[in-house]
Design a protein around this ligand. Structure first.
Ligand SMILES: [Zn+2]
Length: 611
């Protein structure tokens, strides 16, 4: 990294490139005459200075955004990059930046459509009200751009120039986003969006010419989505602050360049990591440096995203105010390391925990069961079989089938067969035929299948085997119980986090057993081990996810198989009832309750907030 920092020449050129004027060709051709008179050849940061006003937190006075104190924001505002990632600490003015970029895009380009998406209804609502509506209220020039009678609500805002902003949320499913067609996507709290939803979100802009993607969030563990984007697909651009006490005075390349981190925490402000002298984040030479630019001679190696790390140590109202700086030092003392790294320094840190270790998973395997179809056929003659299916697309997500039965002398439920459909079997038609044959041959009693990707397949299987045998399950972000049948939706809803926790727990306690480790370790074992858990600040609960490059389909196929077996034998020792339900007499207890209310599977906790 040091050598990159001292390679001083390249970044002045980068600085120049941010001066490129942003002009939309569509607008240019349609109204060239008007353009000459009323030029829009402004940089987004100039536009924001002119049009956007904010309320000063301390005085309540309405004021301009001061870019002279925030030189580091100029390039993220004005860059012509089509894909941008902002990896920020908390309280680093990230939402303001996103909101202003949205204003600038909508204001500078007529008929331009943007989508804002966050993981929860609450976050999207707060953003819509405080970062858009409230700012319009205090900014007369923005107000003038709103035409009375145009749609203007939490989910949709139409400007006088017919530019539009859609606001949506997506946690477990991106269903609310499907079908939208937009020019720009703003994905906020990227760290809490599930990896599998990203393609659906990105699809909304895929048919546009030159779509713009702006993702932002606060880092978490090294496995998290945002770190994968940052380290694997971004330029990893860092704000470098010089200390002139090193090298020769007039030669910037010889100075020491600091990239803000723990070593820059001085007693009363940011210090040089080498000599301990004070450094100035607003130093006239402070600048962005790409630490992962690819090979300049081979443009195809340039990472997809222009990534910027914005940390609290460079935010003016933190480092210039001794009281606020003290808060940072206190947080350093008080916070767990991972939290401090994530939320103050905007650095990923390995705090993600594995819900099951490799050793525990191996212990759950029984070498007697060899994942061999002949053996399974033999068992199926005397034991009812339960199947679980997780449907996949064949690209980064596969269809996996699992089969289970009570064939052991103990009371554990044994998985006897796991199969992943690959290559030419990725065709849904082929899969359905193979599954139909397997279920018939093995006299499958109940089949639990995933709702997500399997609309057509589930329908086919239901017409073959009847609704008594095929049961469709859908994960929900929140639910008053763990599993519930919704007669309206004609499928089961599964409270994802606690249910997955129970399945991991049952594997660890030997209540669920898997075939021989050697026979299943690839890909099935790896799928299970790829899952990690993190506490999601925004969702206020543990979230299970997988790294972007990994698959976890086998685990979900296991979950659906276990759930299918419960249609025969409920196992309160595996899926423990939720607290208020365990108070009921045990003979009344049923895992599969009926849930009659209107269901929004993602936001059970606060269904009225869209009102
Ligand atoms: Zn120094």
């Amino acid at each position: 990294m040091a050598s990159r920092l001292n390679d001083f020449s390249d970044d002045f050129d980068k600085g120049a490139s941010t001066k490129r004027r942003v002009v939309d060709p569509f607008y240019q051709s349609r109204s060239q005459k008007r353009m000459r008179r009323h030029t829009l050849k402004m940089l987004p940061s100039d536009w924001v200075s002119r049009f956007v006003r904010i309320k000063d937190g301390d005085t309540g006075k309405v004021k301009k955004i001061d870019f002279s104190e925030r030189k580091y924001l100029i390039r993220p505002y004005n860059s012509s990059a089509k894909k941008m990632l902002l990896m920020t600490s908390r309280q680093a003015e990230k939402s303001t930046t996103l909101g202003n970029k949205l204003f600038a895009l909508s204001g500078m380009r007529p008929m331009y459509t943007s989508l804002f998406v966050s993981p929860s209804a609450m976050q999207t609502t707060v953003f819509s009200r405080t970062r858009l509506d409230d700012i319009v209220t205090v900014s007369p020039l923005l107000q003038a751009m709103v035409t009375k009678g145009n749609t203007w609500n939490i989910l949709e805002k139409v400007w006088g120039n017919m530019s539009m902003i859609y606001l949506r949320y997506a946690f477990l499913t991106a269903d609310r986003i499907r079908g939208l067609a937009v020019n720009a996507i703003f994905g906020d709290e990227l760290q809490d969006l599930l990896v599998d939803n990203m393609p659906v979100i990105e699809e909304t802009a895929s048919h546009q010419k030159d779509p713009i993607y702006v993702y932002s969030g606060t880092p978490k563990s090294l496995d998290n989505n945002i770190e994968q984007y940052w380290a694997k697909s971004s330029t990893m651009t860092e704000w470098a602050i010089p200390c002139e006490r090193h090298g020769t005075p007039k030669n910037p390349a010889s100075w020491h360049w600091n990239i803000l981190g723990v070593k820059n925490l001085g007693l009363s402000g940011p210090i040089c990591e080498q000599c301990g002298g004070p450094i100035n984040p607003e130093h006239p030479y402070a600048r962005w440096v790409e630490t992962n630019p690819g090979d300049p001679k081979r443009p195809e190696t340039r990472p997809e995203f222009e990534g910027y790390r914005l940390c609290r140590l460079m935010v003016p109202w933190f480092w210039k105010d001794p009281g606020k700086w003290k808060e940072i030092l206190e947080a350093y003392e008080r916070y767990p390391t991972a939290q401090f790294m994530n939320e103050v320094l905007a650095v990923s840190y390995d705090s993600g925990t594995k819900p099951i270790t490799r050793a525990e998973l191996i212990r759950a395997c029984d070498s007697k069961y060899t994942n061999d179809l002949a053996q399974v056929s033999e068992l199926a003659k005397t034991h009812p079989m339960y199947f679980g299916i997780d449907w996949g697309t064949g690209q980064k997500a596969y269809t996996v089938l699992t089969a289970w039965c009570y064939c052991r002398s103990d009371d554990a439920l044994q998985c006897v067969y796991m199969y992943r459909f690959e290559a030419q079997e990725a065709d849904p038609e082929v899969q359905v035929e193979m599954i139909e044959r397997l279920v018939s041959d093995l006299h499958g009693k109940y089949i639990g299948a995933d709702y997500g990707m399997g609309f057509y397949q589930n329908k086919r299987l239901t017409s073959t085997f009847g609704p008594q045998r095929i049961h469709v399950f859908q994960y929900a972000a929140r639910l008053p119980m763990k599993v519930a049948y919704s007669s309206k939706l004609h499928r089961y809803l599964v409270f994802r986090t606690p249910l997955l926790a129970d399945i991991f727990h049952a594997l660890k306690r030997g209540k669920l057993r898997l075939p021989d480790w050697e026979a299943i370790k690839e890909p099935f074992g790896s799928d299970v081990l790829s899952i990690f858990s993190e506490y999601s600040e925004t969702m206020k609960m543990i979230k299970y996810d997988k790294p972007k490059s990994a698959t976890d389909d086998s685990f979900h196929a296991m979950v659906y198989g276990v759930l299918a077996s419960f249609l025969d034998h409920q196992r309160p020792d595996i899926i423990t009832p939720t607290q208020d339900r365990s108070a009921q007499a045990s003979d009344e207890y049923t895992l599969f309750e009926t849930y009659a209310q209107d269901v929004d599977s993602e936001e059970m906790e606060n269904p009225n907030q869209w009102g």
